[in-house]
Ligand binder design. Structure first.
Ligand code: BEZ
Length: 259
């Protein structure tokens, strides 16, 4: 299939829209990636950025043998408590060669910058013909959130742009990186997924945007967070007081060429 036929194909928004807290969204939306990957019993599967292991557990329950990696020691420990063989490892420098039948990742690759390095690292970890399916933020993802957080740092004399902790590629850039690493692309979708923030922007920033706040002295963080939320409210808060994050995501499935 031609690259143009793969890009920007519509995706069916089948996910429910309301959940109890932000953290639940990640795992609930992640089941789409698992379906795309179609893991088989007995396969060796790598979860890149496994977090607390919720999705790894799902795959393991289906009979596959899962190894999870994460750069956050607390997450690795949480995964282990969940019964996952989790390793403390940088996704850009995986210590595996031709080991896995398939790899997946949900809402994590964009934190492993630059993303093309992770793609190459996963390619090395897979056996020839190995599958790779993932969902991550794409270009324009959480634009209002990022702009608000950059602005509050800039206003305090800190280069906010230098503290952006994520890398959101366009589908075109992402496909180029997959192909350069030796993958054949089976499917790519980009889609807008307005995502409810039940606890509001401030709670989201404290949990998922804390890298910006860490650039400030502790006594300035709360006020900066409130200011960022105020800036975001103009585009992210409805007249009825509901907050929605402007997620733009990319989901793909690819397989390594057999050489
Ligand atoms: C995302 O899933 O797009 C995302 C989540 C947390 C921080 C940044 C992006």
């Amino acid at each position: 299939m031609d690259r143009q036929d793969l890009l920007f194909a519509p995706i069916t928004p089948s996910q429910a829209t309301h959940f109890a807290c932000e953290a639940r969204f990640v795992a609930d939306y992640g089941t789409s990636v698992i379906k795309l990957l179609s893991p088989e019993p007995g396969e060796k599967i790598l979860d890149v950025g496994c977090g607390d292991g919720t999705l790894s557990r799902l795959v393991q329950a289906g009979g596959a043998e899962v190894v999870g990696i994460d750069i956050d020691a607390a997450m690795v420990e949480a995964s282990r408590q969940n019964g996952i063989d989790a390793r403390l490892m940088d996704g850009r420098a995986l210590a595996f060669q031709c080991t896995f039948d398939a790899a997946f990742s949900n809402a994590a690759l964009h934190f492993m910058r630059p993303v093309p390095l992770v793609i190459e690292s996963v390619a090395r970890a897979l056996k020839p013909g190995g599958r790779f399916a993932a969902e991550l933020g794409s270009h324009g993802n959480i634009a209002a959130i990022t702009t608000g957080l950059v602005a509050v740092l800039d206003r305090r004399g800190i280069d906010g742009g230098a503290h952006i902790p994520w890398d959101f590629l366009t589908a075109e850039e992402f496909c180029d990186s997959l192909e350069t690493a030796g993958f054949l692309i089976d499917a790519v979708h980009t889609f807008h997924r307005p995502t409810p923030m039940p606890s509001g922007a401030k709670a989201w920033i404290e949990k998922l945007g804390r890298w910006f706040l860490d650039a400030l002295p502790p006594e300035q963080r709360d006020e900066a967070c409130e200011e960022a939320a105020r800036l975001m409210s103009h585009t992210m808060k409805t007249a009825r007081g509901h907050w929605t994050a402007d997620y733009h995501h990319l989901r793909f499935k690819a397989r390594l060429a057999t050489k």
